[in-house]
Design a protein around this ligand. Structure first.
Ligand SMILES: [Fe+2]
Length: 215
């Protein structure tokens, strides 16, 4: 964990905005919908990087901050009975504000942001919680007729559970309606991956819980 981003301190700061009960204990009888699997896409990070932390807005050794709107994404990794799962590895990767990935296979001519850390990872704490600080990614062309809406790729794994690869979206973004990946999903599935970032008490944040299937 980097010094500049203590998950515990940030969660404390955000606690006023995160409803108790979402992050926390749930009755065993309650069931949580398994987060739908989505394509990994072609831009899963292949190059190692110095920073392997949860603050994607800063790169070690560079003084400037990443361009774009800063946001926080917090959530719980849980099982289908809504029981938190500690110790799960959570990886995220995404485009920078211009819609460009830091990946040699990305044909997008948009500019790379050298001050953005294009991927991060963490391990869920004893309450199954994780937190990332990042920026809202730009949209980018997938084909000549299809623009991918802002989204963040997630991969979560822990022994004893099916590995989950999925994507998270900004609820209400107009590009969501024409996204071929989102539109291939049921309404219920879309609800599980479209996150509301409209609450702006302090820094904007979204609550994205990830529900794994036990093996
Ligand atoms: Fe993507």
């Amino acid at each position: 964990m980097s010094k500049d981003l203590s998950r515990r301190n940030l969660l404390k700061k955000l606690a006023v905005a995160i409803p108790v009960g979402i992050v926390g204990k749930s009755a065993l009888a309650k069931t949580c919908g398994i987060t739908p699997e989505q394509t990994e896409g072609p831009f899963y990070p292949i190059a190692d990087q110095l920073d392997k932390n949860t603050d994607l807005t800063k790169v070690t050794g560079r003084s400037a901050q990443a361009l774009g709107e800063v946001c926080f994404i917090a959530g719980v990794v849980q099982d289908e009975f809504c029981q938190p799962i500690p110790g799960a590895l959570v990886e995220i990767w995404q485009a920078c504000v211009t819609g460009k990935y830091n990946h040699p296979a990305d044909p997008n001519p948009a500019k790379i942001d050298p001050n953005f850390q294009y991927w991060g990872r963490t391990v869920t704490d004893k309450n199954g919680e994780y937190l990332f600080k990042t920026i809202v990614p730009g949209a980018y062309p997938a084909t000549s007729t299809w623009v991918r809406p802002p989204h963040i790729h997630f991969k979560v794994h822990l022994r004893g559970y099916e590995e989950l690869t999925t994507q998270m979206y900004w609820k209400g973004n107009p590009l969501n309606k024409n996204d071929r990946i989102l539109q291939s999903m049921s309404m219920r599935e879309r609800e599980l991956v479209e996150v509301d970032f409209s609450d702006r008490r302090g820094s904007p944040y979204g609550q994205f819980n990830l529900t794994l299937k036990a093996l």
